[in-house]
Design a protein around this ligand. Sequence first.
Ligand SMILES: Nc1ncnc2c1ncn2[C@@H]1O[C@H](COP(=O)(O)OP(=O)(O)OP(=O)(O)O)[C@@H](O)[C@H]1O
Ligand SMILES: [Mg+2]
Length: 274
Amino acid sequence: MAGARTSPDPVDGDDAPPPARSAPEHRSPQTSDAVPDAARRDAVFQVRGVTKVYRMGEVRVEALRGVDLALYAGELAVLLGPSGSGKSTLLNILGGLDTPTAGQVRYAGRDLAAASDRELTRYRRRHVGFVFQFYNLIPSLTARENVAVVTEIARDPMPPAEALDLVGLGARLDHFPAQLSGGEQQRVAIARAVAKRPDVLLCDEPTGALDSATGIVVLEVLERVNRELGTTTAVITHNAGIAQMADRVIVLADGRIAEVRRNAIRVAPRELSW
Ligand SMILES: Nc1ncnc2c1ncn2[C@@H]1O[C@H](COP(=O)(O)OP(=O)(O)OP(=O)(O)O)[C@@H](O)[C@H]1O
Ligand SMILES: [Mg+2]
């Protein structure tokens, strides 16, 4: 199928190398506190001067007011900020679900802001896994079938059972969403997002609907995916305690980046002060 495409694709042509992943051997538990040097060099995303204005009739909302940001290969970044500060807008733009009003969003060197809808669809399908607060599983399909919906159209997917094993649900393959807890459903959603081996995993309040004990299990799964697969991961949360598990913490306020800080050590989800 790849050979059938002939036109150059500004976002996602075959000549576009996937962004480098961090080497998992450099992220052993002893050293997972530091972003590998390679990750510092390789920006997966380069965001420059991004604004987003929503217009609804007379009402004009400036959701993003000039965002400059890089996300690096293999890092786990946590995005914090008050409600309405632009976190979801930024994540949706990174994931090709939305486009900026102005500015550049370079993914592996290509500008998503200039991409067509068709190119963005292909970009999302190939490179991005999404996890949202609500799991959006198909109720009439089992856990395995929910994951297969995605792997059937992916280029080099994991078998659904392997993805579900990665999130600790290898024994629940044939269970329907209604037979799973909220945390387990979210882990199925994560398995679905990672089974196509995305380069980036974008999570918008993945623990927002969960109690703390269940949320920690979900965060452990995200941490494991980031560490073992080297998937560049961004997690939006309202819970400042979660920021301790990140390589870097990005704080938005009023549509701008208010602060970026690097954690000296990455705290394991189980050790977080929630
Ligand atoms: N589709 C839209 N149409 C109009 N305004 C929008 C739209 N999406 C977001 N906004 C506005 O843009 C601003 C930023 O919204 P965004 O959803 O990015 O915030 P957020 O930081 O994710 O907030 P929360 O923590 O509540 O999810 C808000 O004022 C919001 O009302
Ligand atoms: Mg939001």
